[in-house]
Design a protein around this ligand. Sequence first.
Ligand code: RTP
Ligand code: MG
Length: 147
Amino acid sequence: MERTYLMIKPDGVQRGLIGEIVGRFERKGLKLIGAKLMNVSLERAERHYAEHKGKDFYEMLLRFITSGPVFAMVWEGDQAVGLSRALIGKTNALEAAPGTIRSDFAIHTNYNLIHGSDSHDNAEREIGIFFSEEELVSYDKAIQVWI
Ligand code: RTP
Ligand code: MG
């Protein structure tokens, strides 16, 4: 079992796409174990995007992610990291496969609706930035046996 950190970015919240996006992960069969609408402080944004420090889009990325509320989530399931990245699609909407979130709803690389952890280790690191363990809910899904 693996956990991943997913975050609907300010564009997704402002465009009213929270329900649409959350529904895709629910229907896939992953288990939602934590969620909250929140503003991201500059300090949290810098920790989250530390790997991009120094890149030409870094400052813009920080401004964007702190510009309005995000919908922060933790999802659990077998291969949750890889499966979530597959549902999200490539960073650039032009390269994202049809049927992925970014292909279906995004136009611009900078406004690509959702973040998904790119590795198991980064998932655990990012969950720690945005959630305390007390905010995460442990429960069984009745139909999990078929997924
Ligand atoms: P994310 O971290 O948000 O899930 O996206 P990702 O893994 O697909 O892409 P990543 O390389 O981690 O980049 C993080 C975010 O920075 C913006 N970006 N802009 N060339 C560019 O202008 C550029 N490259 C990346 C995107 O918003 C990307 O999601
Ligand atoms: Mg990334």
